[in-house]
Ligand binder design. Structure first.
Ligand code: MG
Ligand code: MG
Ligand code: MG
Length: 306
């Protein structure tokens, strides 16, 4: 029986490429694995898969009775509904430890570094398995995406070293230019509906029993949102009602200015103000230097929402 490998809901490039890279590694060490995904891929991920010649992994949202590896998360809120009926053989991740638990021993590779694909790179090294050229290119892009081309405070020396090694395998000289090209693809919002934008990179969290959803859009210039704020707020309100959330937020991250405009729809805005020590104006605030949801947003909200 093959084992499925997949990342979180609303998959980003790390989740999709991570499923592909981890499944490839496992197949090389004689464990039959199939990469899958829980949702639609983003334009950035499409760019990466096309550039390096990979098929989009199969969409699969139910895993009861299956053997699985999960990558890039360990929170129930980002897992398939029936994840606890699956046999979780392992977790590869770089987030806080979530609330997924297992009834059997499992393999865990969880490291406080910038990207799950950096962890997979270390696994390749550990098992002494060669990384194919095109896979190295895709893994490199996933790391550049998660670390915002090394600008994110989540980026470590392990990540920059992995990017350099992968770039050399892939034969890519100017990896930062490729990273920028990728973020330009990410910044093109034409034709996207409000819902596509609010949920493109959206995660739900359980914070002290309150359901908190946080989306993030990383762009090279925030002016792309100038005529879109109103429709984004409207959709955040709808999203909050549909999912009975306590709070829904959207981080509009400017990777050049290095900061995020936070849009908030909440039953209690004061909790968000308390978390960041700020005052919201028209339910928004500029958070200078904030690029990382997992390191600069979630921990502060969790403290305030407890
Ligand atoms: Mg991710
Ligand atoms: Mg990641
Ligand atoms: Mg990200």
């Amino acid at each position: 029986m093959a084992t499925y490998v997949f990342g979180h809901t609303n998959p980003d490039s790390d989740s999709i490429v991570g499923a592909i890279s981890l499944a490839y590694l496992k197949n090389q060490i004689c464990e039959e694995c199939i990469p899958t995904r829980q949702g639609e891929i983003s334009p950035e991920t499409k760019f990466i898969l096309e550039k390096f010649g990979f098929e989009v992994p199969e969409l699969k949202t139910s895993y009861a009775g299956e053997d699985v590896y999960i990558i890039d998360y360990s929170d129930l809120a980002q897992a398939p509904k029936d994840i606890l009926e699956a046999n979780i053989k392992g977790i590869v991740d770089h987030h806080k430890l979530g609330d997924i638990t297992t009834s059997a021993p499992l393999e865990c590779w969880i490291r406080p570094i910038g990207c799950s694909n950096t962890v997979v790179k270390e696994m390749f090294d550990y098992y002494d398995v060669e990384i194919p050229k095109n896979l190295a290119g895709a893994m490199m892009c996933a790391i550049l995406s998660d670390t915002v081309i090394f600008k994110s405070p989540t980026c470590t020396k392990v990540d920059t070293k992995a990017v350099k090694e992968l770039a050399s395998i892939a034969g890519i000289e100017d990896y930062k230019a490729l990273g920028m090209e990728m973020f330009l693809v990410k910044s093109a919002l034409e034709g996207a509906t409000a819902r596509e934008l609010t949920t493109r990179d959206y995660k739900n969290f359980d914070m002290g029993g309150k359901k908190v959803g946080i989306g993030q859009l990383e762009v090279v210039d925030l002016s792309v949102f100038d005529d879109k704020k109103e429709m984004l707020f409207e959709d955040l309100k709808a999203l909050k009602d549909e999912n009975a959330n306590h709070t829904v937020m959207l981080l509009l991250t400017d990777i050049i200015e290095e900061g995020s405009q936070l849009l908030v729809v909440s039953d209690d805005e004061s909790l968000v103000e308390e978390a960041f020590g700020v005052k919201l104006q028209n339910s928004q605030v500029w958070l200078p230097k904030v690029l990382s949801r997992k390191k600069q947003v979630v921990p502060f909200l969790e403290k305030a929402f407890k």
